[in-house]
Design a protein around this ligand. Structure first.
Ligand code: ZN
Length: 248
């Protein structure tokens, strides 16, 4: 396979793999950098300590919506204390699917705090929106933060609103298997797309997706965009650089 140059996995639950260090090392060997998302400030602290300083890993600071009801004021305080230690926020967002609807009120409170208080740092956010796509797009368009809609499964008609709000979308190998992927990718300009695995939760070929899978995903995007794979990879890098430059 041609060398595509460096790629970025913008949403990977590195700490949830059986062997995070092995996943990280194989990603680094394949020239894939990672945004290692976390679900709580406690997990952020643990993962950072475990991994140490690595040039190809950014541990992101998260407050996962499905954990919102468990966050105490001390967790929120720790979230803001840790913020200077990272360049990415995630996983944050809302989940009003059957898995999350019971804690809707808690989620809205936590996400509102994140969006209001995250403003001064302007870190890029990687955002969960299952079943709450309208609310997430509305809230993000009000704050104008650099943000990525991760594994978007909402209605296509909301995509234009998200684009108008300046939002990006990260796509993963599991998404490419869905029927709606072709129309989704046709509706989002190439300059708003990033890659992700959402591994190990997202699967590919019957096993947890790995950052090394992103090469073939970049090749699939190249086909959809009708460009050479190296050009697709270049576009993805430019998108990431642009998003980063929006942040402080
Ligand atoms: Zn995730």
């Amino acid at each position: 396979m041609t060398d595509l140059g460096p790629l970025l996995d913008s949403h990977c639950h590195l700490g949830a793999y059986d062997d995070p260090v092995a996943v990280m090392d194989s990603a680094a060997a394949a020239n894939v950098s990672l945004v290692a998302v976390t679900e709580s400030p406690e997990e952020f602290r643990r993962l950072k300590t475990r991994l140490g300083r690595r040039p190809t890993i950014e541990v992101a600071l998260g407050l996962h919506p499905l954990r919102a009801a468990s966050f105490r004021p001390a967790d929120i305080a720790r979230f803001f204390r840790c913020m200077p230690q990272t360049r990415w926020i995630g996983e944050v967002g809302l989940d009003f699917s059957q898995h999350g609807i019971a804690t809707k009120k808690h989620q809205l409170r936590v996400f509102d705090i994140v969006l209001t208080e995250a403003q001064p740092g302007r870190h890029p956010l990687t955002v969960h929106s299952r079943g709450a796509e309208t609310e997430v797009v509305n809230l993000l368009s009000q704050v104008q933060l650099p943000a990525v809609m991760h594994w978007y499964t909402g209605p296509l008609k909301l995509v234009d609103d998200a684009l108008a709000a300046g939002l990006y979308f990260s796509v993963n190998p599991a998404m490419t298997r869905s029927k709606r992927f072709a129309s989704f990718i046709a509706n989002v300009p190439a300059d708003r797309i990033l890659l992700e695995t959402d591994g190990p939760y997202a699967k590919t070929s019957g096993r947890p997706a790995q950052p090394t899978d992103l090469k073939s995903l970049a090749n699939q995007l190249a086909i959809a965009w009708q460009v050479a794979p190296v050009d697709a990879a270049q576009t993805l890098r430019r998108n990431h650089d642009r998003l980063r430059s929006m942040a402080g």
